[in-house]
Design a protein around this ligand. Structure first.
Ligand SMILES: [Zn+2]
Length: 269
């Protein structure tokens, strides 16, 4: 029987779901430990009847080619053509937020929707009038890399003023280290760090709302899941940041999906 493999490469983990004989086999490993091509080939060795692979990728991707891979080793960036030529299967890959927004749009049944996920990084994607906004190189709404303030450390993209250096899981860890604050888990318990994070998050969300004019703004990702109070705080503060006409019909909500990115990788088929 034919089977399908869905993969979510996040900032920290590689999660996969293999659909075979009406069963789903889940796997979750650290993305630091593997090469993506080798990981897929190892699955194909055990399950040679995989006919479709859908990949949600935290990094830049265009036309089946991985442009930048900040979180995982990739020994062949031309991933779609590599697997489709070598194996009898179809492979689709897109940026993780582009995958998540497909799933969020389905869930909320909305044609005008923006997703902002704050996990290891800060990602954003927009569906406008039912169509995914891509830009010419599939890199539009790279919200995490808009200029904000100078940070004492560098972003993965090479700049030192990206908003992701202030509002992301990685940023919380970097600021805790920089301020010499001891911690057991990466969290927002320190007031100073929380303030740095919240102000940047507010700037990111208000920028996305102002540019997209979406009806639904869905916030998700690990940092939001662990700190749901941030949603109410954003709803209150956003009134001082965004033009009233844009805010009029808007709904700011938390994601209800367990893993929007992997759900979205299913929608690539
Ligand atoms: Zn950056």
């Amino acid at each position: 029987m034919q089977s399908k493999l869905f993969i979510d490469i996040g900032g920290t983990n590689l999660r996969s779901e293999l659909e075979i004989d009406n069963k789903i086999i889940e796997d979750n490993i650290s993305s630091e430990d593997v090469d993506l091509i080798e990981f897929i080939e190892s699955k194909l060795k055990i399950y040679p009847k995989i006919s479709f692979i859908g990949i949600s990728f935290a990094g830049q991707v265009n036309n089946g080619i991985i442009i930048s891979s900040p979180n995982i080793k990739v020994s062949n960036h031309n991933i779609k053509s590599f697997f489709e030529k070598r194996y009898n299967l179809k492979l689709e890959i897109d940026n993780d937020l582009n995958c998540a927004i497909r799933a969020e749009s389905n869930y909320f049944n909305s044609k005008f929707i923006t997703a902002i996920y704050i996990g290891t990084g800060l990602g954003c994607a927009v569906i406008d009038n039912g169509k995914l906004v891509t830009g010419v190189n599939n890199q539009s709404f790279e919200l995490g890399h808009i200029p904000y303030k100078e940070a004492p450390f560098k972003c993965g993209c090479g700049k030192n003023n990206c908003i992701e250096l202030f509002a992301s899981g990685k940023a919380i860890e970097k600021w805790l280290d920089y301020k010499n604050i001891s911690y057991k888990n990466i969290n927002l318990e320190n007031r100073e760090i929380e303030e740095i994070f919240k102000q940047a998050l507010l700037r990111a969300v208000s920028t996305a709302i102002t540019l997209s004019n979406s009806k639904i703004i869905v916030l998700g990702g690990g940092v939001i899941e662990k700190n749901p109070y941030l949603i109410d705080w954003i709803k209150k503060e956003i009134k001082n940041q965004v033009m009233p006409n844009i805010l009029k019909d808007i709904k700011i909500v938390s994601s209800k999906l367990k893993n929007g990115a992997i759900d979205g990788s299913r929608l690539l088929s």
